[in-house]
Write a protein that binds this ligand. Structure first.
Ligand SMILES: CC1=C(CCC(=O)O)c2cc3nc(cc4[nH]c(cc5[nH]c(cc1n2)c(C)c5CCC(=O)O)c(CCC(=O)O)c4C)C(CCC(=O)O)=C3C
Ligand SMILES: [Fe+2]
Length: 375
Protein backbone atom coordinates (compact mmCIF):
# COMPACT_ATOMS: atom_id res chain seq x y z
CA UNK A 1 0.00 0.00 0.00
CA UNK A 2 1.35 3.39 -0.95
CA UNK A 3 1.61 5.81 1.94
CA UNK A 4 0.60 9.42 1.47
CA UNK A 5 3.83 11.38 0.86
CA UNK A 6 5.06 13.78 3.53
CA UNK A 7 3.90 17.22 2.46
CA UNK A 8 4.85 19.41 5.44
CA UNK A 9 7.09 19.69 8.50
CA UNK A 10 5.69 20.52 11.94
CA UNK A 11 7.91 22.03 14.64
CA UNK A 12 6.42 21.01 17.97
CA UNK A 13 7.58 23.14 20.89
CA UNK A 14 6.86 23.95 24.51
CA UNK A 15 5.74 27.55 24.11
CA UNK A 16 6.43 30.47 26.40
CA UNK A 17 4.92 33.83 27.39
CA UNK A 18 5.66 36.95 25.33
CA UNK A 19 4.40 39.69 27.66
CA UNK A 20 3.70 40.11 31.39
CA UNK A 21 -0.03 39.33 31.02
CA UNK A 22 0.83 35.99 29.45
CA UNK A 23 2.88 34.72 32.39
CA UNK A 24 0.22 33.49 34.80
CA UNK A 25 -2.05 31.85 32.16
CA UNK A 26 1.04 30.21 30.63
CA UNK A 27 2.06 28.79 34.01
CA UNK A 28 -1.50 27.56 34.53
CA UNK A 29 -1.35 25.76 31.17
CA UNK A 30 1.98 24.12 32.01
CA UNK A 31 1.10 23.00 35.50
CA UNK A 32 -2.54 21.96 35.12
CA UNK A 33 -2.85 18.70 37.05
CA UNK A 34 0.90 18.46 37.69
CA UNK A 35 0.88 19.11 41.45
CA UNK A 36 3.43 21.94 41.54
CA UNK A 37 3.53 23.81 44.90
CA UNK A 38 2.13 27.38 44.78
CA UNK A 39 5.38 28.88 46.11
CA UNK A 40 7.30 27.31 43.26
CA UNK A 41 4.87 28.81 40.73
CA UNK A 42 5.15 32.28 42.24
CA UNK A 43 8.92 31.96 42.13
CA UNK A 44 9.00 30.82 38.50
CA UNK A 45 6.61 33.67 37.60
CA UNK A 46 9.20 36.07 39.01
CA UNK A 47 11.86 34.60 36.71
CA UNK A 48 9.69 35.53 33.74
CA UNK A 49 8.82 39.00 35.10
CA UNK A 50 12.52 39.71 35.59
CA UNK A 51 12.82 39.38 31.81
CA UNK A 52 9.80 41.55 30.99
CA UNK A 53 7.39 38.60 30.94
CA UNK A 54 8.95 37.35 27.74
CA UNK A 55 10.60 33.98 27.22
CA UNK A 56 13.08 33.69 24.36
CA UNK A 57 11.62 30.34 23.27
CA UNK A 58 9.03 31.53 20.73
CA UNK A 59 11.51 33.76 18.93
CA UNK A 60 13.90 30.80 18.81
CA UNK A 61 11.16 28.74 17.16
CA UNK A 62 10.37 31.49 14.65
CA UNK A 63 14.05 31.68 13.74
CA UNK A 64 14.43 27.90 13.44
CA UNK A 65 11.30 27.71 11.27
CA UNK A 66 12.67 30.39 8.93
CA UNK A 67 16.11 28.76 8.70
CA UNK A 68 14.64 25.31 8.12
CA UNK A 69 12.33 26.62 5.39
CA UNK A 70 15.38 28.16 3.73
CA UNK A 71 17.36 24.90 4.01
CA UNK A 72 14.49 22.90 2.52
CA UNK A 73 13.99 25.47 -0.25
CA UNK A 74 17.69 25.32 -1.14
CA UNK A 75 18.25 21.57 -0.98
CA UNK A 76 14.79 20.06 -1.07
CA UNK A 77 12.27 18.78 -0.48
CA UNK A 78 10.60 22.20 -0.69
CA UNK A 79 8.04 21.62 2.07
CA UNK A 80 6.21 24.21 4.17
CA UNK A 81 7.23 24.34 7.85
CA UNK A 82 4.51 24.83 10.45
CA UNK A 83 4.98 25.53 14.14
CA UNK A 84 2.75 24.72 17.10
CA UNK A 85 3.24 24.81 20.87
CA UNK A 86 2.02 22.60 23.69
CA UNK A 87 1.48 25.42 26.19
CA UNK A 88 1.12 28.74 24.38
CA UNK A 89 0.03 30.43 21.21
CA UNK A 90 0.35 29.21 18.44
CA UNK A 91 -1.32 26.17 20.02
CA UNK A 92 -0.97 22.76 18.39
CA UNK A 93 -4.70 22.51 17.70
CA UNK A 94 -4.76 25.87 15.86
CA UNK A 95 -1.74 24.90 13.79
CA UNK A 96 -3.19 21.48 12.91
CA UNK A 97 -6.47 23.13 11.87
CA UNK A 98 -4.55 25.52 9.62
CA UNK A 99 -2.57 22.63 8.13
CA UNK A 100 -5.81 20.85 7.31
CA UNK A 101 -7.18 24.02 5.71
CA UNK A 102 -3.99 24.25 3.63
CA UNK A 103 -4.50 20.69 2.43
CA UNK A 104 -1.63 19.09 4.38
CA UNK A 105 -2.15 15.34 4.64
CA UNK A 106 0.98 13.95 6.29
CA UNK A 107 3.50 15.95 8.32
CA UNK A 108 6.91 15.07 9.75
CA UNK A 109 7.21 16.34 13.33
CA UNK A 110 10.32 17.67 14.98
CA UNK A 111 10.12 18.13 18.74
CA UNK A 112 12.30 20.94 20.10
CA UNK A 113 13.25 18.58 22.92
CA UNK A 114 16.23 16.31 22.36
CA UNK A 115 15.98 13.64 25.05
CA UNK A 116 13.71 10.82 26.12
CA UNK A 117 11.49 11.34 29.19
CA UNK A 118 7.79 11.73 29.81
CA UNK A 119 8.19 15.54 29.92
CA UNK A 120 10.35 15.77 26.80
CA UNK A 121 8.81 13.01 24.70
CA UNK A 122 5.53 11.28 25.57
CA UNK A 123 3.91 14.44 26.94
CA UNK A 124 4.53 16.05 23.54
CA UNK A 125 2.90 13.01 21.91
CA UNK A 126 -0.10 13.14 24.27
CA UNK A 127 -0.61 16.83 23.56
CA UNK A 128 -0.44 16.09 19.82
CA UNK A 129 -3.06 13.34 20.23
CA UNK A 130 -5.33 15.77 22.14
CA UNK A 131 -4.88 18.39 19.41
CA UNK A 132 -5.62 15.85 16.66
CA UNK A 133 -8.80 14.81 18.50
CA UNK A 134 -9.83 18.46 18.88
CA UNK A 135 -9.33 19.14 15.17
CA UNK A 136 -11.09 15.92 14.23
CA UNK A 137 -11.86 14.65 10.75
CA UNK A 138 -9.29 15.49 8.08
CA UNK A 139 -6.45 16.44 10.44
CA UNK A 140 -3.07 15.56 8.94
CA UNK A 141 -1.40 12.28 9.77
CA UNK A 142 1.70 12.85 11.91
CA UNK A 143 4.99 10.97 11.87
CA UNK A 144 7.93 11.78 14.07
CA UNK A 145 11.43 12.48 12.79
CA UNK A 146 14.14 10.46 14.58
CA UNK A 147 15.51 11.53 17.94
CA UNK A 148 18.64 13.60 17.35
CA UNK A 149 20.55 13.93 20.64
CA UNK A 150 23.46 11.95 19.18
CA UNK A 151 23.55 13.65 15.78
CA UNK A 152 26.70 15.69 15.14
CA UNK A 153 24.59 18.68 14.08
CA UNK A 154 23.26 18.88 17.64
CA UNK A 155 26.53 17.98 19.40
CA UNK A 156 29.07 20.00 17.38
CA UNK A 157 27.90 23.45 18.51
CA UNK A 158 28.41 22.34 22.13
CA UNK A 159 31.90 21.03 21.27
CA UNK A 160 32.95 24.33 19.68
CA UNK A 161 31.46 26.39 22.48
CA UNK A 162 33.06 24.29 25.21
CA UNK A 163 36.52 24.29 23.59
CA UNK A 164 36.33 28.06 23.17
CA UNK A 165 35.09 28.59 26.73
CA UNK A 166 37.96 26.54 28.19
CA UNK A 167 40.47 28.62 26.22
CA UNK A 168 39.33 31.69 28.14
CA UNK A 169 39.12 30.06 31.58
CA UNK A 170 41.86 29.42 34.17
CA UNK A 171 43.90 26.21 33.89
CA UNK A 172 42.18 23.28 35.57
CA UNK A 173 38.67 24.61 34.91
CA UNK A 174 35.96 21.98 34.69
CA UNK A 175 33.15 21.31 32.27
CA UNK A 176 29.72 21.39 33.91
CA UNK A 177 27.05 19.84 31.68
CA UNK A 178 23.58 20.95 32.74
CA UNK A 179 20.12 19.71 31.95
CA UNK A 180 16.59 20.08 33.31
CA UNK A 181 16.03 17.99 36.43
CA UNK A 182 13.13 15.52 36.37
CA UNK A 183 11.76 13.22 39.08
CA UNK A 184 13.92 10.12 39.51
CA UNK A 185 10.84 8.02 38.77
CA UNK A 186 10.48 9.82 35.44
CA UNK A 187 14.07 8.99 34.52
CA UNK A 188 13.50 5.38 35.57
CA UNK A 189 10.56 5.20 33.13
CA UNK A 190 12.19 7.07 30.24
CA UNK A 191 12.80 5.42 26.87
CA UNK A 192 11.64 1.92 25.97
CA UNK A 193 13.74 0.26 28.68
CA UNK A 194 13.99 2.98 31.31
CA UNK A 195 16.84 5.20 32.50
CA UNK A 196 17.21 6.65 29.06
CA UNK A 197 17.01 10.34 30.09
CA UNK A 198 20.25 10.17 32.07
CA UNK A 199 21.85 7.67 29.67
CA UNK A 200 21.33 9.96 26.67
CA UNK A 201 22.71 12.99 28.52
CA UNK A 202 25.76 11.03 29.66
CA UNK A 203 26.25 9.89 26.08
CA UNK A 204 26.26 13.49 24.81
CA UNK A 205 28.44 14.72 27.70
CA UNK A 206 31.00 11.96 27.08
CA UNK A 207 31.09 12.76 23.36
CA UNK A 208 31.49 16.51 23.90
CA UNK A 209 34.19 16.12 26.59
CA UNK A 210 36.07 13.56 24.48
CA UNK A 211 36.00 15.71 21.35
CA UNK A 212 37.03 18.82 23.30
CA UNK A 213 39.98 16.93 24.81
CA UNK A 214 41.02 15.65 21.37
CA UNK A 215 40.81 19.12 19.92
CA UNK A 216 42.44 21.15 22.69
CA UNK A 217 44.93 18.52 23.84
CA UNK A 218 43.81 19.00 27.41
CA UNK A 219 41.57 16.71 29.36
CA UNK A 220 39.10 18.70 31.45
CA UNK A 221 37.16 16.92 34.19
CA UNK A 222 33.40 17.03 33.79
CA UNK A 223 30.14 16.35 35.57
CA UNK A 224 26.47 16.12 34.61
CA UNK A 225 24.29 18.25 36.89
CA UNK A 226 20.74 19.60 36.92
CA UNK A 227 18.73 22.81 37.06
CA UNK A 228 15.11 23.90 37.38
CA UNK A 229 13.92 21.34 39.92
CA UNK A 230 10.29 21.77 40.87
CA UNK A 231 7.75 19.47 42.52
CA UNK A 232 7.43 18.88 46.27
CA UNK A 233 10.67 18.46 48.27
CA UNK A 234 9.47 15.02 49.39
CA UNK A 235 9.77 13.71 45.83
CA UNK A 236 13.28 12.67 44.72
CA UNK A 237 14.49 14.50 41.61
CA UNK A 238 17.75 14.11 39.70
CA UNK A 239 20.67 15.97 41.27
CA UNK A 240 23.00 17.51 42.13
CA UNK A 241 21.64 20.98 41.50
CA UNK A 242 24.02 23.15 39.50
CA UNK A 243 24.39 25.69 42.34
CA UNK A 244 25.26 23.02 44.90
CA UNK A 245 27.72 21.55 42.45
CA UNK A 246 29.47 24.88 41.86
CA UNK A 247 29.76 25.29 45.64
CA UNK A 248 31.35 21.83 45.92
CA UNK A 249 33.78 22.54 43.06
CA UNK A 250 34.88 25.83 44.61
CA UNK A 251 35.46 23.94 47.85
CA UNK A 252 37.79 21.60 45.97
CA UNK A 253 39.85 24.54 44.71
CA UNK A 254 38.49 24.59 41.14
CA UNK A 255 38.85 28.11 39.69
CA UNK A 256 36.58 28.10 36.68
CA UNK A 257 33.69 26.35 34.94
CA UNK A 258 32.40 26.02 31.39
CA UNK A 259 28.67 25.54 31.89
CA UNK A 260 27.25 23.60 28.94
CA UNK A 261 23.43 23.53 28.67
CA UNK A 262 23.20 20.21 26.78
CA UNK A 263 19.60 19.72 27.93
CA UNK A 264 18.38 22.71 25.90
CA UNK A 265 17.99 22.92 22.13
CA UNK A 266 17.80 26.72 22.26
CA UNK A 267 17.74 29.53 24.80
CA UNK A 268 14.82 29.09 27.17
CA UNK A 269 13.96 30.82 30.41
CA UNK A 270 15.85 28.07 32.25
CA UNK A 271 19.02 29.13 30.41
CA UNK A 272 18.45 32.86 30.95
CA UNK A 273 17.41 32.59 34.58
CA UNK A 274 18.61 29.33 36.12
CA UNK A 275 22.02 29.44 34.44
CA UNK A 276 22.85 32.98 33.29
CA UNK A 277 21.31 34.67 36.32
CA UNK A 278 21.21 32.31 39.29
CA UNK A 279 24.14 29.96 38.63
CA UNK A 280 26.31 32.85 37.48
CA UNK A 281 25.55 34.72 40.69
CA UNK A 282 26.52 31.60 42.65
CA UNK A 283 29.80 31.39 40.74
CA UNK A 284 30.50 35.10 41.31
CA UNK A 285 29.91 34.68 45.03
CA UNK A 286 32.31 31.75 45.09
CA UNK A 287 34.95 33.52 43.01
CA UNK A 288 34.61 30.91 40.23
CA UNK A 289 35.21 32.06 36.66
CA UNK A 290 32.04 31.20 34.73
CA UNK A 291 31.33 30.87 31.02
CA UNK A 292 27.97 29.66 29.75
CA UNK A 293 28.25 27.90 26.41
CA UNK A 294 25.66 28.64 23.68
CA UNK A 295 22.72 26.38 22.84
CA UNK A 296 22.43 25.04 19.24
CA UNK A 297 19.62 27.54 18.42
CA UNK A 298 19.99 28.20 14.69
CA UNK A 299 23.60 27.07 14.32
CA UNK A 300 23.82 26.15 10.60
CA UNK A 301 24.90 22.61 11.47
CA UNK A 302 21.84 22.12 13.66
CA UNK A 303 19.51 23.51 10.98
CA UNK A 304 21.17 21.35 8.33
CA UNK A 305 20.80 18.26 10.55
CA UNK A 306 17.06 18.89 10.90
CA UNK A 307 16.83 19.30 7.13
CA UNK A 308 18.73 16.02 6.78
CA UNK A 309 16.26 14.26 9.08
CA UNK A 310 13.49 15.40 6.73
CA UNK A 311 15.48 14.36 3.65
CA UNK A 312 16.29 10.95 5.16
CA UNK A 313 12.66 10.35 6.03
CA UNK A 314 11.35 11.38 2.60
CA UNK A 315 14.03 9.28 0.85
CA UNK A 316 13.13 6.25 2.98
CA UNK A 317 9.44 6.67 2.10
CA UNK A 318 10.32 7.09 -1.58
CA UNK A 319 12.49 3.99 -1.71
CA UNK A 320 9.54 1.97 -0.41
CA UNK A 321 7.50 3.27 -3.34
CA UNK A 322 9.34 3.31 -6.64
CA UNK A 323 6.39 5.04 -8.31
CA UNK A 324 7.37 8.17 -6.43
CA UNK A 325 7.29 11.45 -8.31
CA UNK A 326 9.05 13.39 -5.59
CA UNK A 327 12.22 15.25 -6.57
CA UNK A 328 14.50 17.46 -4.46
CA UNK A 329 17.96 17.50 -2.92
CA UNK A 330 20.62 14.94 -2.40
CA UNK A 331 20.01 13.37 1.01
CA UNK A 332 22.83 14.33 3.33
CA UNK A 333 24.39 16.80 0.92
CA UNK A 334 26.71 19.14 2.73
CA UNK A 335 26.01 22.41 0.90
CA UNK A 336 28.00 25.32 2.33
CA UNK A 337 27.78 24.15 5.95
CA UNK A 338 31.14 23.22 7.47
CA UNK A 339 31.44 19.51 8.32
CA UNK A 340 31.49 18.83 12.04
CA UNK A 341 34.42 16.42 12.13
CA UNK A 342 32.29 14.13 14.30
CA UNK A 343 31.18 10.59 13.43
CA UNK A 344 27.72 10.18 11.89
CA UNK A 345 26.33 9.34 15.30
CA UNK A 346 28.16 10.47 18.43
CA UNK A 347 28.44 8.48 21.64
CA UNK A 348 27.72 4.82 22.08
CA UNK A 349 23.92 4.47 22.17
CA UNK A 350 23.59 3.95 18.42
CA UNK A 351 20.71 4.58 16.03
CA UNK A 352 17.50 6.13 17.34
CA UNK A 353 13.88 5.88 16.14
CA UNK A 354 11.19 8.26 14.92
CA UNK A 355 7.76 7.13 16.08
CA UNK A 356 8.20 5.71 19.57
CA UNK A 357 7.95 2.01 20.44
CA UNK A 358 5.21 0.83 22.80
CA UNK A 359 5.78 1.73 26.44
CA UNK A 360 8.38 4.40 25.62
CA UNK A 361 8.58 7.16 28.28
CA UNK A 362 5.56 5.86 30.18
CA UNK A 363 3.10 8.27 31.77
CA UNK A 364 3.30 7.35 35.46
CA UNK A 365 -0.12 8.96 36.04
CA UNK A 366 -1.84 6.53 33.70
CA UNK A 367 -2.20 5.75 30.03
CA UNK A 368 -3.48 8.43 27.69
CA UNK A 369 -3.69 8.53 23.90
CA UNK A 370 -0.40 9.58 22.28
CA UNK A 371 0.42 10.39 18.63
CA UNK A 372 3.63 9.39 16.79
CA UNK A 373 4.07 5.98 18.35
CA UNK A 374 2.83 2.43 18.44
CA UNK A 375 0.84 3.01 21.62
C1 LIG B 1 12.64 17.51 30.84
C2 LIG B 1 12.04 18.90 30.74
C3 LIG B 1 12.27 19.82 29.75
C4 LIG B 1 13.20 19.65 28.56
C5 LIG B 1 12.49 19.13 27.37
C6 LIG B 1 11.71 20.18 26.64
O1 LIG B 1 12.31 21.18 26.20
O2 LIG B 1 10.50 20.04 26.54
C7 LIG B 1 11.48 20.97 30.04
C8 LIG B 1 11.42 22.11 29.25
C9 LIG B 1 10.76 23.30 29.55
N1 LIG B 1 10.10 23.60 30.71
C10 LIG B 1 9.62 24.87 30.59
C11 LIG B 1 8.86 25.52 31.56
C12 LIG B 1 8.35 24.92 32.71
N2 LIG B 1 8.52 23.62 33.12
C13 LIG B 1 7.86 23.40 34.31
C14 LIG B 1 7.78 22.22 35.03
C15 LIG B 1 8.45 21.02 34.72
N3 LIG B 1 9.32 20.80 33.69
C16 LIG B 1 9.75 19.48 33.70
C17 LIG B 1 10.63 18.88 32.82
C18 LIG B 1 11.12 19.49 31.66
N4 LIG B 1 10.81 20.75 31.20
C19 LIG B 1 9.11 18.84 34.82
C20 LIG B 1 9.26 17.40 35.21
C21 LIG B 1 8.32 19.80 35.44
C22 LIG B 1 7.42 19.61 36.66
C23 LIG B 1 5.99 19.56 36.30
C24 LIG B 1 5.64 18.38 35.45
O3 LIG B 1 5.82 17.24 35.92
O4 LIG B 1 5.18 18.60 34.33
C25 LIG B 1 7.21 24.64 34.67
C26 LIG B 1 6.32 24.83 35.88
C27 LIG B 1 7.02 25.61 36.93
C28 LIG B 1 8.15 24.82 37.52
O5 LIG B 1 7.84 23.92 38.27
O6 LIG B 1 9.29 25.09 37.18
C29 LIG B 1 7.53 25.58 33.69
C30 LIG B 1 7.12 27.02 33.62
C31 LIG B 1 9.96 25.41 29.31
C32 LIG B 1 9.61 26.80 28.78
C33 LIG B 1 10.79 27.69 29.02
C34 LIG B 1 10.58 29.09 28.55
O7 LIG B 1 9.51 29.65 28.77
O8 LIG B 1 11.54 29.62 27.97
C35 LIG B 1 10.67 24.44 28.68
C36 LIG B 1 11.27 24.49 27.30
FE1 LIG C 1 9.98 22.28 32.30
Amino acid sequence: MRAVPIDAVLLVSFGGPEKPDDVVPFLENVTRGRGIPRERLAEVGQHYFLFGGRSPINDQCRALKAELEEDLRADGPNLPVYWGNRNWDPYLSDTLARMRADGVRRAACLFTSAYASYSGCRQYRENLADALAEVGEGAPELVRLPHYFNRPGFVAPFVDGTAEALEGLPAGSRIVFVTHSVPEAMNDASGPEGGRYVAEHRDVATAVAGEVAARTGREAGWDLVYCSRSGPPSQPWLGPDVNDHLTALAGQGVRGVAVVPIGFVSDHMEVLYDLDTEARATADRLGLAFTRVATPGIDPRFVRMVGDLVRERVAADDSEHDDSERGGGEPGSVGDVAPTGLPELTGSLGPTWGNCPAGCCRNLRGDRPAACGTD
